[in-house]
Write a protein that binds this ligand. Structure first.
Ligand code: GLN
Length: 485
């Protein structure tokens, strides 16, 4: 049962070949067996089994749904009532969420069973999961390598089959990049598709919740339930959610795929470049028509992102002051010192760096030169996409310039780390949906990700194209050695 799909798990549960409790026990045992990956921050088997028992009761009745009894893991950025919600930070290492994020609530209501909360870069800042206060996560394809970040725990968990599926969030690439590094299908929906209520904010205008899955079909199934307007999030968009599953099988004949010349230039690992070319050939064989396009300003997406994201982060993180929740320094003389100490002790190095950059670019005198400039650039980047989508339906390219790197290889070099997001963060700046899917392996046996970017609110085309590709190839069915059931 190495490549069980959500559909097969659902069938097994409804046919009573397995109970929700048994299924939860199988995965809880694996989480323990492979604890060396450090994929989870919190596992509470009592909590999990209680949810599984409730799911079994629903399965006895007729009102169970397709997801009832299916276990999943949540990135530790989503508030889960009664469970530690740390966001990978010491400052929240004592925070038991008093309410559920809308994403968690919707999946709970669908009868899903939470296996635990996954490890992540602190406050989702990072591309390797090394900034977590709970230590790095290991990539199951090569345990000396990083799983990507910031949703590294979710990616490692699904890749190692410690969970059939997991939630993640993506501010600049944090679903797609770890999906690429771990051989998974990861989708970041359009900004506004999935509620951010109860999802701890990093950069509010960029953050979006999504899915890390074994296939596009599984991703479609989970996204269907996660999506939709939420009155509790003023940035969630009141727009009908299409039936993603119903569109998976559509033909790709005549679909125009745009190949941005900026995504195929220098700096891309040759194995990655070759693999993406082969993937384009597969899409062509399915009837898609390649067209060359240009995203002229996309090379500037990294500097643009690294002004806007820290600016928003510096503001969002001001709420962590040791007063209302989270870590408070043990010793201080007055209020100001309490703030200073709590924050110096509670935040890690990368988070402090971002707060400093963000405060700098927002300070009077620099605001126009940096922040306003970056906002103008953001508009130009979005305009490039609008222009490109006149010539094509879906944009195709690599997810990352290279495959998973060794632990510690970039930890001391923030700029090298930031360059991981070169192909992903422009979609966040423009609010567009993006998906990464496995398209092959490099010579070292590490997975390579193919990225598809779609029009605003057109997740359906991405899931459809990814699914058709996965019917034609079996890259998504490989799983790391040593992790069989
Ligand atoms: N790696 C990027 C960063 O460090 C993106 C993170 C994310 O998408 N959450 O900001």
């Amino acid at each position: 049962m190495n490549n069980f799909s959500l559909h097969s798990l659902s069938t097994a549960l409804h046919h009573k070949t397995v109970s929700a409790v048994e299924l939860a026990q199988i995965f809880l045992a694996r989480i323990e067996q492979f604890s060396r990956l450090n994929a989870f921050i919190t596992v509470d088997s009592k909590f999990t089994l209680a949810q599984a028992q409730a799911a079994d009761q629903l399965l006895q009745q007729t009102d169970s749904g397709p997801l009832t009894g299916i276990p999943l893991a949540h990135k530790d950025i989503f508030c889960s009532k009664g469970l530690l919600t740390s966001c990978g930070s010491k400052i929240l290492s004592n925070f038991i969420a008093p309410y559920n994020a809308t994403v968690v609530e919707r999946l709970n209501n669908a009868g899903m069973v939470t296996l635990g909360k996954t490890n992540m870069d602190e406050f989702a800042m990072g591309s390797s999961n090394e900034s977590s206060w709970y230590g790095p996560v290991h990539n199951p394809w090569n345990e000396n390598c990083v799983p990507g970040g910031s949703s590294g725990g979710s990616a490692a968990a699904v890749a190692a089959r410690l969970a059939p599926i997991a939630t993640g969030t993506d501010t600049g690439g944090s679903i797609r990049q770890p999906a690429a590094f771990c051989g998974l299908t990861g989708i970041k929906p359009s900004y506004g598709r999935v509620s951010r209520y109860g999802m701890i904010a990093f950069a509010s205008s960029l953050d979006q919740g999504g899915v890390l899955a074994q296939s596009a079909r599984d991703a479609a199934m989970l996204l269907q339930t996660m999506s939709g307007h939420d009155p509790k999030d003023s940035t969630s968009v009141d727009r009908p959610v299409p039936d993603f599953m119903a569109q998976l099988e559509h033909s790709l004949a005549g679909k125009r795929i745009g190949l941005p010349k900026e995504f195929f230039g220098e700096g891309i690992d040759s194995d990655v470049a070759k693999t993406i070319e082969q993937a384009v050939a597969v899409l062509k064989s399915l009837g898609a028509i390649p067209v060359e396009i240009s995203l002229t300003n996309s090379p500037l997406s990294i500097p643009c992102y690294y002004v806007i994201a820290p600016a928003e982060a510096s503001s969002n993180l001001s709420r962590f002051d040791g007063v209302r929740y989270g870590h408070r320094a043990a010793q201080y003389h007055d209020l100001i010192e309490m703030y200073e100490r709590s924050r110096s002790e509670g935040f890690g190095e990368e988070v402090k760096r971002r707060i400093m950059i963000g405060s700098y670019v927002l300070s009077s005198g620099y605001y126009d030169a940096y922040y306003i400039k970056a906002q103008k650039l953001r508009r130009l980047i979005a305009d490039d996409f609008q222009q490109a989508f006149k010539a094509c339906d879906v944009i195709v390219g690599p997810t990352t310039p290279s495959t998973a790197f060794q632990l510690n290889a970039k930890a001391g070099d923030p700029v090298a780390m930031y360059l991981n997001d070169i192909f992903t963060c422009s979609a966040n700046l423009a609010g567009l949906p993006g998906i990464s899917l496995p398209a092959g392996f490099d010579q070292k046996g590490m997975p390579i990700g193919l990225q598809l970017i779609g029009r605003y609110f057109d997740e359906s085309s991405l899931l459809n194209m990814a699914h058709r590709y996965q019917q034609q190839t079996n890259w998504h069915q490989y799983f790391p050695k040593g992790y069989q059931f």
